[in-house]
Design a protein around this ligand. Sequence first.
Ligand SMILES: Nc1ncnc2c1ncn2[C@@H]1O[C@H](COP(=O)(O)OP(=O)(O)OP(=O)(O)O)[C@@H](O)[C@H]1O
Length: 212
Amino acid sequence: MSISIHLQELSCSHDDVALFQPLTHHFAPCAVYRIAGDNGAGKTTLLRSLAGLFQGTSGTIEWLNTQPSSSAAKLPQAERRANLLYIGHKGGIKLGLTPLENLRWLTEYQIADKPLLDALDRVGLYGYEFVPAAKLSAGQKRRVALARLYVSQHPVWILDEPLTALDKAAVESLTDFFRQEAERGRLVILTTHQSLPIDDLVTVKLEHVPCD
Ligand SMILES: Nc1ncnc2c1ncn2[C@@H]1O[C@H](COP(=O)(O)OP(=O)(O)OP(=O)(O)O)[C@@H](O)[C@H]1O
């Protein structure tokens, strides 16, 4: 499936305080989008809103099936989850489980061990598959979370700070992967405070709401 997300005058609020100026934007497939803004600008809140995890919004968020054969039909909420891989900034890793056990759990036991082990190999965790995550470094824990990308069939990826704690080589490898996956049709929306060397990267900046 090919999916786009359309925002019209979207605003997110905590405690009735709007975080950024209303945002109108079309996120199309085959592209990598970076949500930019200062600390506290509302990037995480926006990503959670797109993923359906935060409800304090006004304006509209529409997920559209943009498959050539379809007429841009709106995707109901229930179908969004099946098409989305959301990785929050905490990564969702359970420290008492090994990387392989974490991946089994995170992929809801739908994937055989071999592709999961291959994914751990892809993120440089060969040899750490059976080590409790509590014994891994911050960057290695992040790699466990990111290994899900290498077994994902979801057309939409929403990733909050995926590059945090990664070393230079891992950032380069992941950036290449994002570029390739966008070329294959995926819609990737992410936040990062690091520079992202992707030529066609689209940056969407959240603007402060001016004070009265
Ligand atoms: N659960 C909450 N209740 C009230 N306010 C919140 C809550 N979560 C976040 N906020 C506030 O909303 C604002 C935006 O937070 P958010 O995490 O979306 O920003 P961010 O742009 O992702 O920041 P950073 O770059 O530091 O990660 C912040 O001022 C934060 O204090």
